[in-house]
Design a binder for this molecule. Structure first.
Ligand SMILES: *[C@@H]1O[C@H](CO)[C@@H](O)[C@H](O)[C@H]1NC(C)=O
Ligand SMILES: *[C@@H]1O[C@H](CO)[C@@H](O)[C@H](O)[C@H]1NC(C)=O
Ligand SMILES: *[C@@H]1O[C@H](CO)[C@@H](O)[C@H](O)[C@H]1NC(C)=O
Ligand SMILES: *[C@@H]1O[C@H](CO)[C@@H](O)[C@H](O)[C@H]1NC(C)=O
Ligand SMILES: *[C@@H]1O[C@H](CO)[C@@H](O)[C@H](O)[C@H]1NC(C)=O
Ligand SMILES: *[C@@H]1O[C@H](CO)[C@@H](O)[C@H](O)[C@H]1NC(C)=O
Ligand SMILES: *[C@@H]1O[C@H](CO)[C@@H](O)[C@H](O)[C@H]1NC(C)=O
Ligand SMILES: *[C@@H]1O[C@H](CO)[C@@H](O)[C@H](O)[C@H]1NC(C)=O
Ligand SMILES: *[C@@H]1O[C@H](CO)[C@@H](O)[C@H](O)[C@H]1NC(C)=O
Ligand SMILES: *[C@@H]1O[C@H](CO)[C@@H](O)[C@H](O)[C@H]1NC(C)=O
Ligand SMILES: *[C@@H]1O[C@H](CO)[C@@H](O)[C@H](O)[C@H]1NC(C)=O
Ligand SMILES: *[C@@H]1O[C@H](CO)[C@@H](O)[C@H](O)[C@H]1NC(C)=O
Length: 428
């Protein structure tokens, strides 16, 4: 006869055990987000949640997987979002205009895609949204677009995700000690059809400490990555195509950022620091940033820093660069660009994000051979350096140019690594 096991202990053992929860696929006409939701009460701790391979799940309503602990989510099948633009817009509108289709939060969460090329895709059917934007006012992306993923987690991993034709923003990842790798973001568009442009399709928006993002492939129409907040953040060994580059964007403190070994193809910016005018006051809040070993193919602005970033959505009717003399901007310090080599797009500079006149990215006095552009207010930069930059116009005509105002730098220009004056790039 078996010994009697007290009921409480049995229960404890079950709760503590690692379980595998397979997300049911309901078949035609069924919203699989409902089946997933019913699993979560039992599968939010010590569990593996599996979207099965060779299955296309219908995710017709937003999914929230919150407060996960020791959970791996395996997206082995494909996840299909709704194709109807008005249906999705209504959902976003009902949420007050801001909605993530997927929300994941917790501690020790592994969010995995599938390394098989054919499966593990999240399909958002964004192309009709990009096309429709060309026929709406104001231009620059349809109203009520959902965000893709909000991942708010510590000690977590995000790997092998494949996001195809996003409607807009892709992965917003917040939290500490996170490792993000092997993801593919495919908002590929025709560079020569500017009327169909994937506005605001940011690849990664990162906030947090001790974050490593690597081995990524991003073809999109906004920041490949935007490091927005935090300390000790690395982005490396990745490819950024189209879009607006590997950016550091200071709205709040950013420090110790390394962007290394990134290939940039056909982008508006390859590397960029951006901060909006008057947004942050007079404090030192972006420091110790390095862009190294950047392989540039055909970037309009390969090396770019602005303290007067111009948002065309919130500044309609205003002109970029037209600000009062007493304006303030983020103070940047200890920035280095080293080993930035390749070509400047002087043949067709700019991209399809230009829907105002002048463009939001217009910079007074910049030439089409802009290799290094430092659009920084008086006394807002300290210890900035550009070393071993080799940039040439892609058509072989002329040399790389610089836009630089010596008054930007609190410590003078002797250590900048190039001659600070509007004109040709002259290393010093
Ligand atoms: C997806 O779910 C919705 C219900 O929310 C349903 O109307 C639609 O037909 C489903 N799609 C597929 C392909 O099953
Ligand atoms: C959770 O698991 C318990 C025990 O296995 C089971 O009785 C219950 O039906 C499950 N609840 C859901 C929502 O699946
Ligand atoms: C989060 O999960 C933990 C157990 O893992 C639980 O104690 C806590 O109440 C949950 N918090 C919320 C807000 O659900
Ligand atoms: C993290 O979660 C996994 C399950 O996904 C588990 O195997 C592992 O032990 C957990 N790690 C820690 C430190 O708890
Ligand atoms: C910085 O972050 C990395 C993860 O990218 C981590 O391995 C390293 O320990 C962190 N360094 C410090 C000083 O915390
Ligand atoms: C640079 O990144 C590419 C991926 O884009 C990788 O194949 C290559 O090995 C990396 N180089 C080094 C030196 O790590
Ligand atoms: C450079 O980029 C532009 C788009 O901005 C594109 O039209 C052009 O074909 C690209 N040139 C090369 C050589 O890739
Ligand atoms: C900005 O900070 C500097 C150094 O702390 C100080 O000298 C200057 O007066 C401040 N400017 C304003 C407008 O607050
Ligand atoms: C920068 O400082 C100079 C004096 O050094 C002043 O004439 C000019 O107006 C300032 N520019 C801005 C944009 O504040
Ligand atoms: C700049 O000065 C003008 C008046 O000369 C004032 O109205 C404005 O508020 C000031 N702006 C800032 C950011 O201090
Ligand atoms: C810059 O490139 C040179 C080779 O050209 C290499 O020796 C050096 O380590 C690189 N610097 C950095 C910071 O990667
Ligand atoms: C542009 O260049 C002209 C002529 O050198 C100069 O007067 C003007 O201040 C410059 N404007 C800016 C915003 O740099």
């Amino acid at each position: 006869m078996l010994p009697l096991i007290p009921a409480a202990l049995l229960c404890g053992a079950l709760v503590g055990a690692h379980q595998t929860c397979v997300v049911p696929h309901g078949g035609k006409g069924v919203n699989d987000a409902i089946g997933l939701k019913s699993l979560l009460s039992n599968c939010s701790t010590d569990a593996t949640i599996v979207f099965q391979e060779k299955t296309t799940y219908n995710i017709s309503t937003p999914v929230v997987m919150s407060n996960l602990s020791n959970v791996e989510i395996q997206i082995l099948g494909n996840l299909d979002l709704p194709k109807s633009i008005p249906y999705v817009q209504a959902a976003v509108n009902a949420s007050g205009g801001r909605l993530y289709w997927f929300t994941v939060s917790g501690n020790n969460v592994t969010l995995s895609g599938n390394q098989d090329e054919d499966w593990g895709w999240v399909d958002s059917y964004g192309v009709p949204w990009w096309q429709a934007a060309a026929y709406t006012q104001p231009l620059g992306g349809l109203a009520n677009r959902p965000h893709g993923w909000s991942i708010s987690a510590n000690n977590s991993v995000v790997r092998w995700l494949k996001l195809r034709k996003p409607i807009a923003w892709n992965l917003a990842i917040t939290g500490n000690n996170n490792h993000i790798y092997g993801n593919k973001i495919d908002a590929a568009y025709d560079l020569d059809t500017p009327s169909v442009f994937p506005f605001n399709t940011d690849g990664y928006d990162i906030s947090g400490n001790n974050v490593l993002v690597e081995d990524s492939w991003v073809f999109n129409g906004d920041d490949c990555i935007a490091v927005n907040k935090g300390n000790n953040i690395t982005f490396r060994d990745s490819v950024c195509i189209g879009g607006h580059g590997a950016s550091v964007s200071a709205t709040t403190g950013v420090s110790n950022v390394l962007i290394n070994n990134v290939t940039s193809k056909n982008s508006l910016y390859a590397t960029r620091f951006k901060s909006s005018l008057n947004s942050v006051g007079n404090i030192t809040n972006a420091s110790d940033v390095t862009w190294s070993n950047i392989h540039v193919h055909n970037a309009t602005f390969p090396i770019f820093a602005t303290g007067v970033y111009f948002d065309q959505n919130t500044n309609r009717g205003l002109t970029p660069g037209n600000y009062p003399a007493n304006s303030t901007a983020t103070h940047i310090s200890n920035f280095e660009w080293i080993n930035v080599t390749g070509t400047i797009n002087d043949v067709y500079p700019g991209d399809g994000s230009c829907v105002t006149n002048p463009c939001w990215y217009y910079v007074a006095n910049v030439t089409k051979n802009a290799g290094v552009t430092m659009q920084l207010l008086n006394g807002t930069a300290t210890n900035i350096r550009v070393l071993n930059a080799h940039l040439k116009p892609i058509d072989g005509q002329g040399e790389s140019d610089v836009l630089c105002d010596p008054r930007s730098f609190t410590d003078g220009t002797a250590n900048l690594g190039f001659k600070c004056a509007n004109g040709p790039f002259v290393p010093t």
